[in-house]
Design a protein around this ligand. Structure first.
Ligand SMILES: Nc1ncnc2c1ncn2[C@@H]1O[C@H](COP(=O)(O)O)[C@@H](OP(=O)(O)O)[C@H]1O
Ligand SMILES: CCc1ccc(OS(=O)(=O)O)cc1
Length: 284
């Protein structure tokens, strides 16, 4: 058992009290008091924003975006602390004041829903890359994350956690609303909507899309080299050294969901996503 798990048991009641509601959306405690400043955060046309619901493959995407935009070597990326280069807007560290002063071009991440992002991002000039992941793998990943997180140290069962997910009761609010809101904006000229599963299924096309979106001009040979480098990143990320075996792969949820849980999930998915033409690969 991890040290953090033993130290701070978190009952479902304690867990509830760690969040706060903002315009009906459950947000983590570190967002409290700064939502207005975030809405008014000064955005630059040269910014590139990476937005995801947590556990959608943000770290992998940031490495690929960094590689495509900066042309860095994949081995170099493995050695540097890339999280320091790409701050999360709403996190306590480094904080809004520091992010405001970063030199251009800035790469900034956020997990906030579209409507809570800086208002200048809405149909603005800065580029926004959104990535969605199939919700079954995502909820398993979010559960494991909550169990290991020192500040959350979640002690409930997966079944109970999954119920919270289906009822939109987790940090950063409803996954269903988060992805649908961005999906509605996928045709905005400053938005690129991507799916985690496509990084595993067809990385070359994704790299092409990213290069085009970011205005990185490269010929066929350069594109092939870039795609090969990105493949290395995906392999490095999902191998036994970087993560426990099998982590990050598509379809891991099948080992965790029971049949009845899956039936219930499918029902809720249909109710909440029924009118949306966004689809996901649940297996590859
Ligand atoms: N290179 C990488 N670094 C970190 N996480 C990666 C990764 N490649 C894939 N992932 C997966 O992305 C998920 C984390 O997403 P995020 O970066 O948004 O927090 C994890 O899923 P699993 O928990 O299913 O393994 C993790 O395994
Ligand atoms: C529930 C609190 C929390 C904290 C941080 C998160 O983001 S990330 O997955 O570490 O990027 C998400 C949720």
């Amino acid at each position: 058992m991890a040290e953090s798990e033993a130290e701070t048991p978190s009952t479902p009641g304690e867990f509830e009290s760690k969040y706060f509601e903002f315009h009906g959306v459950r947000l983590p405690p570190f967002c409290r008091g700064k939502m207005e400043e975030i809405a008014n955060f000064p955005v630059r046309p040269s910014d590139v924003w990476i937005v995801t619901y947590p556990k959608s493959g943000t770290s992998l995407l940031q490495e690929v975006v960094y590689l495509v935009s900066q042309g860095a070597d994949p081995d170099e990326i493995g050695l540097m602390n890339i999280d320091e280069q790409l701050p999360v807007l709403e996190y306590p560290q480094p904080g809004l004041d520091i992010i405001k002063e970063l030199t251009s071009p800035r790469l900034i991440k956020s997990h906030l829903p579209y409507r809570f992002l800086p208002s200048d991002l809405h149909n603005g000039d800065s580029k926004v890359i959104y990535m969605a992941r199939n919700p079954k793998d995502l909820v398993v990943s979010y559960y494991q994350f909550h169990r290991s997180l020192r500040t959350m140290s979640y002690r409930g069962t997966f079944q109970e956690f999954c119920r919270r997910f289906m009822n939109d009761k987790l940090g950063y609010g409803s996954w269903f609303e988060h992805v649908q809101e961005f999906w509605e904006h996928r045709m905005d000229s400053n938005v690129l909507f991507l799916k985690y599963e496509d990084m595993h299924r067809d990385l070359v096309t994704m790299v092409e899309q990213l290069a085009r979106f970011l205005g990185v001009s490269c010929d066929k040979a350069q594109l092939e080299a870039l795609s090969e480098h990105c493949h290395q990143l995906v392999d490095q990320c999902c191998n036994a050294e970087a993560l426990p075996v099998g982590r990050g792969r598509v379809g891991l949820w099948k080992d965790i969901f029971t049949v009845s849980m899956n039936e219930k999930f499918d029902l809720v998915y249909k109710q909440k996503m029924g009118k949306c033409d966004l689809t996901f690969d649940f297996y590859l």
